[in-house]
Design a protein. Sequence first.
Length: 280
Amino acid sequence: MGDDGEAKVETRGQMTQRHKREAMMLKKQAQKMGKKRKDEAKKLEQELQARHQEEVRSFEEREASASAGAAGDGQAQEGGTLAEEEPAGQPKGPTRAQKRREAKQAKEAEREARIALERAALGETPEEAETNKIEELLGGLNFVLHDIPPDGNCMFRSLEDQLSFQSTSALGFSHKPVDHCGLRKIASDHIRSHREDFEAFLEVPIDEYCDKMAENSEWGGHLELQAISTVLDVCIEVYSAENPVLKIGEEKEGAPLRLSYHLHAYGLGEHYNSVRPIQT
């Protein structure tokens, strides 16, 4: 009886035809992507070519293995005693399990290629478009994004990162850099003690707001940046895709702390990253 669960393995002709179809699909998608995304289209083309070459190589190895196994069977039948002299367990071609694995891998590779092509056809997501704009802006200033985890502490962690590599002497600090928990306390304590400067911008009682802001993972924003800039006596620059650079405490001397603001990051909404100088 046959094995109903045995996977069908492509013939060389079927594989060649599939490769042609995938190459044609990619060519059509590349035309839709236009000149502005030619680098992305080129990368997809290179990835597709590499996959096709790997599939051809694997196919030829299977054919060679199967041919060697068939030749060994013929010699064993003609010589009578040859089969007894050959080591036991010698592979005579791909097993059914190997065929199933290879068929599954080919199917998954084709699916991944199709998903990549469909994604390319849809164009940039809002997140990708925003990040590309910010990276282009920063690149012209010899800066680069440094990713910060989206855990609710992103603004404070971005400032912590800035303080970790900035020279404290250049900033005029007499103390060590502050971690994100310490920065939360600095911000909430300052807002609480200078309530007349901040109450007008809050929709909840200031003590309730500060108690919450002192907790881990509570999202920080402009008010906290203003408070930290005042307490640390340092300028904070915020770069974004659509607005001019926001400079908080611009009159302050010393190197600024630099952040990037993302409205569409991670599909979760607002997010901050750290902005570092490009290492030369």
